[in-house]
Design a protein around this ligand. Structure first.
Ligand code: OGA
Ligand code: MN
Length: 208
């Protein structure tokens, strides 16, 4: 796009496109979902010690398991939203409505956390739903890494054919890219990052 005047689509158009992609193929990769005011915002919370290591499993069985995932997270709470998070939440609300119009999924809320993968960390292949809890319908990940290069690794690998290892698509975690996919359908993993990798990960949920 260098040298060209780039006109950004309206947020509502972008949301409709994502919803259409979800209907047609179950996942969507949108490269300019939001501006990057969340980058400094997230780094500030990290430097402020507001993250905890991510755990694996559910309820009482939640444990740190660095051979599976070694990132750090900060759960987002509506009452504690920063201004930037509040605006992002507004964009997600627009996406929620577009998605419900396109799919009748009946999504009623979004829950999520900030995530930081220090250099050398990863998240092995997994599904985002648990056998006993299937409220998560659509996974969403917004990346916050400016100047990310292929040498930095850390791609999200989405497996396109169930538990099969091929085919897959790799997504670079570049600032502004939003990936969404049907939580029950797509195995995915975070390849080892060679630079600090930031994101906001969350799930559109139906009522349990
Ligand atoms: C997750 C996850 C992917 C990513 O947190 O469940 O799969 O690209 N994250 O950060
Ligand atoms: Mn996941």
């Amino acid at each position: 796009m260098r040298g060209a005047l780039r006109v950004r689509k309206e947020q509502s158009e972008i949301c409709d496109q994502i919803a259409d992609d979800l209907v047609e193929r179950g996942y969507s990769i949108c490269e300019d979902f939001v501006e990057s005011e969340l980058v400094d915002d997230t780094r500030r919370l990290w430097e402020d010690g507001q993250f905890d290591y991510a755990r694996v499993g559910q309820g009482e069985e939640k444990q740190r398991c660095p051979s599976v995932r070694s990132d750090w997270i900060h759960w987002l709470e509506t009452q504690e939203f920063t201004d930037a998070q509040e605006r992002y939440s507004g964009s997600l609300e627009e996406l929620r409505l577009a998605n419900n119009r396109a799919t009748m999924m009946g999504i009623f809320e979004w829950e999520g956390h900030l995530a930081i993968y220090p250099s050398g960390t990863f998240y092995r292949r997994h599904l985002d739903v648990f056998r006993q809890a299937r409220e998560r319908k659509v996974s969403s990940i917004l990346y916050l890494n400016q100047g990310w290069t292929p040498a930095d690794g850390g791609e999200l690998r989405i497996y396109l054919n169930g538990a099969e290892l091929e085919p897959f698509v790799d997504v670079a975690p570049r600032a502004g890219t939003l990936v969404t996919f049907l939580s029950e359908k797509f195995y995915h993993e975070v390849l080892p990052a060679h630079a600090e990798r930031m994101s906001i990960t969350g799930w559109f949920r139906v009522r349990s």
